[in-house]
Design a protein around this ligand. Structure first.
Ligand code: UGA
Length: 443
């Protein structure tokens, strides 16, 4: 099938590439000329494991192309996918201007029957608005072309996006139109060999499914962070509690790791947007409010632990803190809403200096904070320790999993570690002569 994918961000580029990998002819369209030129020359704008070789191979094989000329691409496509960003508006609701701009572009160029599939995370009811925008453009041109709008939300995780896309848990197709459903099933048939993964439902349920999934996952995290805060106060170890409750299959071990708070481009934005949608419909979503509030506080946790060690914020003045990990999670260079940013801002406000290292996010860190006197961006974990008084482990990259604690004890002036991901065994760290602070571990 011929597929046009609008938007070459995480969702668009990964989805387009995976669809090409299974044999479809895909053109990724973006208004950003530099990005499209770069992609044509094999420059991948994001760090995502496994993506680059897949893009290069499919481009070379002629199944994957990149274009800024929407009109020509729309004219050829059977399926048109919208995968552009929906950043938060000032009030937290999702900004649909990019999605609707693509809809209008499609309406201006559509000349043969097609299915328009929306992959962007959009509030309930957006499929209707996309349909109306396309129809208005067609009417203005005075042409009648058959088209269907389908909600087809994406569930990929940054850092595991290619794998998630090639081996989806489920494929949600929101449409009441049997022909559109048939087209989407044909499109996804190669991903569907071992068992039926396509779940068909109405558009609105599909749109809400996406938000409900992210809100549920964010709730698990905030719940565990709340438990960690209770554990800390009552002298329990949340890591033991995690194992204890995860063993119940109804709860499960996945996604119940306490930490420095969730970040990224999805959970913070989607929880807020869903809360906003609920409010617009006259409902106060109290659980969502609490999930967000707990997370906002949790992002200050690492700073609080450091300040506690130093007898208050004032004790951090002039201190040098090594920060391991800047990305919002491992295997990505993305620092959007990352807990590291809260920690850095709080350390700087307290008059501390930072030496930071991240395996992939250094370019992004330079873009965000380059030129600051109180930040040294280092090229290895060891370099970040040089001259540091304390270590803050923010992102659980594999490179940070098994440090030599004796070496850390020698390197750190004040011999203190704040472990924002509960990676390290407290006894071992303390046996090496270091003070250890974790999340909800009573120390
Ligand atoms: C998330 C969802 O997991 C995907 O299913 C979804 O498709 C995606 O959003 C999206 O809407 O596009 P992502 O934001 O890439 O994916 O990252 P996650 O792996 O979900 O992690 C989110 C945050 O939660 C990270 O900051 C991570 O450190 C934190 N987290 C995760 C915890 O603190 N504890 C956990 O147990 C799990």
């Amino acid at each position: 099938m011929r597929v046009a994918v609008f938007g070459t961000g995480y969702v668009g580029l990964v989805t387009g590439t995976c669809l090409a990998e299974v044999g479809h002819r895909v053109t990724c369209v973006d208004i950003d000329r530099d990005k499209i030129e770069g992609l044509k020359q094999g420059r991948i704008p994001i760090y995502e494991p496994g993506l680059e070789p897949m893009v290069l191979a499919n481009h070379a094989a002629g199944r994957l192309d990149f274009d800024t000329d929407a009109e020509a691409v729309v004219a050829r496509a059977d399926v048109l996918m919208i995968a552009v960003g929906t950043p938060p508006d000032e009030d937290g609701s999702a900004d649909l201007s990019h999605v609707l701009a693509v809809a209008r572009t499609i309406g201006r160029s559509l000349s043969r029957p097609a299915v328009v599939a929306n992959k962007s995370t959009v509030p309930v009811g957006t499929a209707d608005r996309v349909r109306a925008a396309i129809a208005a453009e067609l009417a203005a041109r005075g042409v009648a072309v058959e088209f269907e709008v389908v909600s087809n939300p994406e569930f990929l995780k940054e850092g595991a996006a290619v794998n998630d896309c090639m081996r989806p848990d489920r494929i949600i197709v929101g449409s009441r139109n049997p022909r559109a459903v048939e087209t989407m099933k044909r499109l996804y048939a190669p991903f569907n060999r071992s068992h039926e993964r396509v779940v068909v439902m109405d558009e609105r349920s599909a749109e809400l499914t996406k938000y409900a999934a992210n809100a549920m996952l964010a709730t698990k995290i905030s719940f565990m962070n709340e438990m960690a805060n209770i554990a800390e106060r009552v002298g329990a170890d949340i890591e033991m509690v995690r194992l204890g409750i995860g063993s119940d299959p109804r709860i499960g071990y996945h996604f119940i790791y306490p930490g420095a708070g969730y970040g990224g481009s999805c959970f913070p934005k989607d929880v807020q947007a869903l809360e906003r949608t609920a409010r617009q419909h006259g409902y106060r979503a109290r659980i969502l409010d609490a999930v967000e509030a707990v997370n906002a506080e949790q992002k200050s946790k690492m700073f609080e632990l450091l300040a506690r060690h130093y007898g208050g914020e004032a004790g951090l003045r002039g201190k040098v803190v090594a920060v391991w990990g800047l990305a919002f999670k491992p295997n990505t260079d993305d620092m959007r809403e990352a807990p590291s940013r809260t920690l850095l801002a709080q350390l700087w406000a307290a008059g501390a200096r930072v030496r930071a290292y991240d395996p992939e996010a250094m370019t992004e860190a330079r873009r965000l904070f380059g030129g600051r006197e109180d930040l040294v961006l280092c090229d290895s974990p060891e370099a970040a320790l040089a001259g540091a008084d304390a270590l803050a482990l923010v992102t659980e990259w594999k490179a940070f999993w098994s440090p030599d604690f004796a070496l850390l004890a020698r390197a750190l002036g004040d011999k203190v570690i704040v472990d924002g991901r509960n990676l390290y065994p407290p006894d071992e760290v303390e046996a090496a002569g270091l003070a250890y602070y974790g999340i909800g571990r009573g120390r």
